[in-house]
Ligand binder design. Structure first.
Ligand SMILES: [Zn+2]
Length: 296
């Protein structure tokens, strides 16, 4: 079969619609499928736009057939496939369905336009149990989880599944195998954040998230009590930025002002001028206090 790749994601056929799949999901899946061992993984279904009444009707009939037992009846099908079902979070029908703009928002996903939130991942040939397990493990690390027990291939973002959201509150921004601007940002950050005076990341700033990047992420996560997985999540980034901030402006020791030592750093020309202005202003204030009456 010919290789079809869209948004960096291999597809089983050209008919798989990734264009209406949420961009964050496309990103996560693309990074995840770059992992060693998942070379045969292919997206087999993405967004299912409800393009017209005929399409909608087809879905409705499929769902009704499940209900009547005239289709492949499985317990979850009536919930998952009913195109009219409205979920507590505002989503309508299946997560593969393109949702209305503004009608469904989970976690950090903006929803100015309507997107679909589920992707099916299969393999060329017959995947082994180990293949399926690896797929699940890797996708989970990248913020995509299974939420239909009988479907090993069906993945939705962690944010859409409340129990997972609590257990895995992270979604990877970048991870092993990624080549992206996000990986550049990650490398820049961990090249500046230090431990024992040494930066966590000492490799090239090239946006290629390889072993050195993964090691750095793991050491950073370990050092700061974060979940250790070698990926770089929103939580990791927030911690990284906080640490960087505290490094560049260390909190002042609580000592009386009188015993405070002057800063040891040599002053820049600009800083010297600022100091002179300060001193001049202070002496002017003193002079004015002598000359002018108070509360004038
Ligand atoms: Zn699915």
């Amino acid at each position: 079969m010919p290789e079809v790749i869209e948004f960096g994601i291999p597809k089983k056929s050209a008919a798989v619609n990734l264009g209406r799949l949420h961009p964050e999901i496309r990103y996560r899946v693309r990074v995840a499928l770059a992992t060693d061992g998942l070379e045969q993984a292919r997206s087999s279904s993405g967004a299912r736009p409800e393009v017209n009444q005929i399409e909608y009707r087809r879905r409705y009939i499929a769902w009704r057939n499940y209900q009547n037992g005239t289709g492949p009846k499985v317990p979850w099908a009536p919930l998952a496939a009913d195109p009219n079902r409205v979920w507590p979070d505002g989503r309508r029908g299946s997560a593969h369905m393109v949702q209305k703009a503004g009608g469904y928002k989970v976690g950090n996903f903006p929803n100015e336009v309507g997107w679909a939130y589920a992707i099916d991942i299969g393999f060329w040939g017959n995947p082994s149990l180990a293949d399926k397990k690896l797929l699940e493990t890797v996708l989970r690390r990248h913020g995509m989880v299974r939420n239909v027990p009988s479907e090993w291939w069906h993945f939705v973002p962690i944010e859409a599944v409340p129990p997972y959201k609590a257990r895995y509150p992270m979604s990877a921004l970048t991870g092993f195998g990624d080549r992206s601007q996000r990986a550049v940002e990650y490398q820049n950050l961990l090249a500046r954040v230090t431990i024992g005076g040494k930066p966590f990341y000492t490799g090239k700033i090239d946006g290629a998230f390889g072993k050195i990047s993964r090691d750095a992420a793991e050491r950073f996560q370990m050092a700061h009590g974060l979940a250790v997985n070698g990926d770089w999540s929103i939580d990791d980034r927030a911690k990284g930025l906080a640490v960087l901030k505290s490094q560049s402006s260390p909190s002042k020791p609580r000592i009386p002002a009188a015993t405070k030592k002057p800063a040891g750093k040599p002053k820049t020309k600009r800083a010297k001028i600022r100091d002179e202005i300060k001193t001049a202003r202070a002496s002017l204030d003193r002079l004015e206090a002598l000359v002018l009456p108070k509360n004038s």
